[in-house]
Design a protein around this ligand. Structure first.
Ligand code: DGL
Length: 286
């Protein structure tokens, strides 16, 4: 396999703005890399659309990023797209180094003292064969309580369309989080209670303070951004493809969306402290 060009950017995509939570971690772990982030907000949410659709979108986006930006690696910053499409992507683009995102069941099973772990994910992830395999592999003595959260990623996505999220959208997200956490069971550190909660969708990271308030401070919440960033660094090191601090445009981030540009600009400002000029609209045909 030819070694990737070190100064090329890393491509990152998600159904929308959820993957910005992964980009935050990537940027911290890899400050000298260039990133190009694609939010497929025009086709979000993926979680309720079915695997064939998510696979087709993921493939079109990965090809677009390779063609337009000559990316040296791809981070699939979406649990739903990883579950539905990562194998297809790997076989369609065998030369492209790739990292996917999966619910952190393994660390959760290790950390839980009560051996009851809650998992919030999209319907697509929760019902996927890949997730079933992951749960079977890491269950051991642990019981995973899994809840598909229809509407939650969409509500989080919509809240970014407001420059300062209105009380109504925060209340909607809070109500969905309350419904889905109470459907999982009792949280706490006593026998039989859920003491660990896995965020199995990259959008949910932006609702973490609300979720923590609902489940209580003694419950540990686990997201995957930092682990994905570390894995990306290891992969680049293995391939000797890390960016270098002296290179032009080192640390540069570009963002594009198939949906609302003002929404992406607001999210980029809010979560990554990036100016609107870094964002652009894009059309990715299937
Ligand atoms: N952020 C995505 C994930 O991690 C998907 C949300 C959606 O579009 O349903 O699964």
């Amino acid at each position: 396999m030819p070694s990737p060009v070190r100064s090329a950017p890393i491509g990152v995509f998600d159904s929308g703005i959820g993957g910005l939570s992964v980009l935050q971690a990537l940027r911290q772990e890899l400050p000298h890399e260039r990133f190009v982030y694609l939010a497929d907000s025009g086709h979000a949410p993926y979680g309720e659309k079915g695997e064939p659709f998510v696979r087709a979108r993921s493939l079109a986006i990965a090809r677009h990023l390779c063609r337009e930006y000559r990316i040296k690696a791809l981070v699939v910053a979406c649990n739903t797209a990883t579950a539905a499409a990562v194998e297809t992507l790997r076989s369609a683009l065998p030369e492209l180094p790739m990292v996917g995102v999966e619910p952190a069941l393994k660390p959760a099973a290790r950390l839980s003292r009560t051996h009851h772990v809650g998992v919030l994910a999209t319907r697509g992830t929760a019902q996927s064969a890949r997730f079933a395999r992951l749960a079977a592999e890491h269950a051991g003595a642990t019981q995973f309580h899994v809840q598909a959260c229809d509407g939650l990623a969409h509500a989080i996505e919509q809240s970014t369309e407001e420059a300062a999220p209105a009380a109504a959208s925060t209340e909607k997200i809070r109500a969905l989080c309350a419904r889905y956490t109470s459907a999982l069971g009792r949280f706490g550190t006593q026998d039989g209670e859920i003491d660990t909660l896995v965020l199995g969708c990259t959008h949910y990271v932006f609702a973490e303070p609300l979720l923590q308030a609902l489940v209580g401070p003694q419950v540990q919440i686990i997201a995957t951004g930092a682990a994905v960033a570390r894995q990306t660094r290891r992969l680049l090191e293995q391939l000797q493809a890390q960016g270098e601090s002296g290179e032009p445009a080192s640390g540069q981030i570009r963002l594009c969306t198939t949906g609302s540009l003002p929404a992406l600009q607001a999210a980029a400002r809010r979560w990554l402290d990036l100016p609107a000029s870094r964002c652009a609209s894009v059309c990715v045909q299937m």
